[in-house]
Ligand binder design. Structure first.
Ligand code: ADP
Length: 270
């Protein structure tokens, strides 16, 4: 690093440190802008279901004499309330992963366990759609980070793969080492994503027209949560797709050696 001497008597100033401080400031300006943006987007997204709930409540009230109408409006009311609940849940999850640094309290995480836990948690959704989720065999690969967050990331990908699959479709979940990093891949043969949308699906609240028209009840936050978690772990999330043919989402993470505890029997390494 270059060194700047201010006066003959003062200690030399390390220019690289000065630049770092300037950078820190622009980072905090950027984070402030992101936060303002997030609040604006979030309030906008919440307005639609809240508006629907209050309209439906009025409709129930004015249809009091017609039990069939009341039942219909009440059913829609409960759908909208559930959507609102899911949105709030995702917003909380999003702020949690945005603020957290998983490497603060990092532990060795078995990615085989992450995959299996995530798939278990989507079992009910898969059964409801008749979708088969196939997990590849154990790869004995580990990373450093927060196990719960990594499960959330993979669970979001598998939940999407199921939601956008045809009835009785197949979803593949795999783990392997590639180009010196660990790669988790979730593939489906579902509706796919058009090329012009592919670069935007990781943005907050972005949903393609195909997704909106299917009314899968999504929030558009799932993939931005995945991206944050991957990047907070020193990795990245990516997508490949062909419209009408299916999609593959990957999370790449740095690999660490398997810890030498009871969880990794010695004979595996011999
Ligand atoms: P959502 O709650 O809508 O699923 P996400 O952030 O998880 O929100 O995904 C954003 C959008 O990306 C979806 O609305 C959908 O348009 C598209 N998408 C995500 N996963 C898939 C997939 N497996 N197949 C097709 N489209 C997908």
């Amino acid at each position: 690093p270059r060194t700047l001497v201010v006066t003959a008597h003062a200690a030399p100033i390390d220019v690289s440190r000065v630049l770092l401080i300037v950078d820190d400031r622009s980072e905090s300006v950027r984070l402030d802008a992101m936060r303002r943006d997030f609040v604006a987007n979030t309030s906008h997204e919440l307005k639609t279901p809240i508006g629907a709930v209050s309209l439906l409540a009025e409709a129930v009230d004015s249809a009091a004499d017609d039990p069939d109408q009341v039942r219909r409006f009440a059913a829609r009311l409960s759908t909208e309330a559930a959507r609102l609940g899911a949105l709030v849940q995702q917003i909380i999850e999003f702020s949690r992963v945005q603020g957290a640094d998983p490497l603060d309290a990092a532990e060795a995480v078995s990615l085989d366990d992450v995959l299996r836990t995530a798939v278990d948690r989507t079992r009910v959704a898969a059964e409801a759609r008749g979708v088969t989720v196939v997990v590849g065999k154990r790869a004995h690969l580990w990373t450093l980070g927060d196990q719960a967050m990594l499960v959330t990331a993979v669970q979001n990908l598998v939940a999407n793969a199921i939601a956008f699959s045809p009835q009785k479709g197949h979803v593949g979940v795999g783990l392997r080492k590639r180009d010196g990093v660990v790669e988790i891949a979730v593939s489906d043969q579902g509706i796919g994503i058009a090329e012009e949308d592919l670069g935007r699906v990781f943005e907050r609240f972005y949903r393609t027209d195909q997704a909106r028209s299917r009314q899968t009840g999504g929030t558009g936050l799932g993939l931005s949560i995945v991206k944050h978690i991957a990047e907070n772990h020193g990795g990245e999330a990516r997508a490949w797709s062909r419209l009408g043919r299916g999609s593959t989402f990957t999370i790449r993470l740095p690999e660490i050696p398997a810890p030498t505890t009871a969880r990794t029997p010695r004979r595996e390494k011999e």
